[in-house]
Design a protein around this ligand. Structure first.
Ligand SMILES: Nc1ncnc2c1ncn2[C@@H]1O[C@H](COP(=O)(O)OP(=O)(O)OP(=O)(O)O)[C@@H](O)[C@H]1O
Length: 254
């Protein structure tokens, strides 16, 4: 079943050249898709258009058949409960505790007063602890987030996304700030979220080898255009060379 369909998406910032040019692809429910491309290719912009953190100029973004670009404020709020987001720099509130940060993921379901007063149900609190245990960080529940390592903070970010009960998780460079062993922990968790919970994941990645290891499918973006879209096993060295051009830093041997 198609969860997300993007048709003729275009975006430019100001009057500058287009950052996204006629982008077309669809994602099935339960897929794990990586988007790769050089710095500046438009990967973050593309993810941010999907949940309208960034407004697109033209095209259609159909999520469960509804055009996201036509949603009004209240419907947009509902959409954002269906779409979790994970960021490179975690986007946690550093002075708040781990458990408070996780519960922030429920804000989309609350009225303003309930949210401001931090009123959460017992069920929500139990779910937050369950998720922290699942991600292996329950013993840190009452620590301030700024006392955690990067890998632990990213696991808090994953819990915050999961407590929303999302259908789709957008991950914008989730391991770019992490060492290899923490990166593996995070990627393993993202993969199991898709495999065990059936939640669709779209992940922006710089590391081609990580994309190859974890994804069902890879989308290669270059200067705002999709130039590869296929099963990971079909990505050849020449495709990688084409996606990254002359940027030798990011080339790998597969
Ligand atoms: N808010 C903005 N205002 C103006 N230009 C922007 C803005 N955000 C991104 N850009 C520009 O759009 C282009 C695409 O940026 P984007 O962050 O989407 O690429 P990316 O592939 O995610 O890059 P990276 O891997 O370095 O994060 C870049 O040239 C960038 O400078």
């Amino acid at each position: 079943m198609t969860l997300l369909q993007i048709n003729h998406l275009e975006k430019s910032y100001g009057s500058d050249t287009k950052v996204l040019k006629d982008v077309n692809f669809s994602v099935d429910a339960g897929e794990f898709v990586s988007i790769i491309g050089s710095s500046g290719a438009g990967k973050s912009t593309l993810l941010r258009c999907i949940n309208r953190i960034v407004e697109s100029d033209n095209g259609e973004i159909l999520f469960n058949g509804t055009n996201v670009l036509h949603l009004k404020k209240k419907e947009l709020r509902k959409l954002r409960t269906d779409i979790g987001m994970i960021f490179q720099h975690y986007n946690l509130v550093p002075r708040l505790t781990v458990i408070e940060n996780v519960l922030h993921g429920r804000f989309g379901y609350k009225g303003t007063i309930e949210g401001v007063l931090g009123r959460f149900t017992e069920e929500e609190k139990e779910k937050a602890f369950y998720l922290l245990a699942k991600l292996g960080i329950e013993e840190h529940a009452y620590k301030r987030c700024d006392q955690l390592s990067g890998g632990q903070q990213q696991r808090v970010g994953i819990c915050r996304a999961l407590i929303q009960d999302p259908k789709l998780i957008l991950c914008d460079e989730p391991i770019a700030s992490l060492d290899p062993s923490s990166s593996k922990v995070i990627m393993d968790h993202l993969k199991s979220i898709t495999r065990d919970l059936g939640i669709t994941c779209i992940v922006n990645l710089h590391q081609v080898e990580v994309a190859l290891e974890y994804s069902d499918r890879i989308i290669g973006l270059k200067q705002g255009q999709i130039i590869f879209d296929g099963r990971s096993v079909l990505l050849r060295q020449e495709d990688i060379n084409h996606i990254y051009g002359k940027d030798q830093r990011e080339l790998i041997t597969v």
